[in-house]
Design a protein around this ligand. Structure first.
Ligand SMILES: [Zn+2]
Length: 60
């Protein structure tokens, strides 16, 4: 798979924020451009369910 890091709406090249949306098929993963806010449906669905995010490493 080619690396996905450039927004096709505004050409921002430093990657995306991600979002999760609960659907009947699982948790759909979406990409959101941090520059222009355009969202993208990339067809990724996580079958695992999660109830509460567990904090991990904090990047500063
Ligand atoms: Zn963008």
């Amino acid at each position: 798979m080619a690396e996905i890091r450039r927004c096709i709406s505004c050409n921002y090249e430093r990657g995306f924020h991600i979002s999760f949306m609960a659907t009947e098929k699982g948790n759909k993963v979406g990409l959101i451009c941090p520059s222009c806010g355009q969202s993208f449906d990339i067809g990724w669905v996580l079958q695992e369910t999660f109830e509460k995010p567990l904090p991990g490493r904090k990047y500063v």
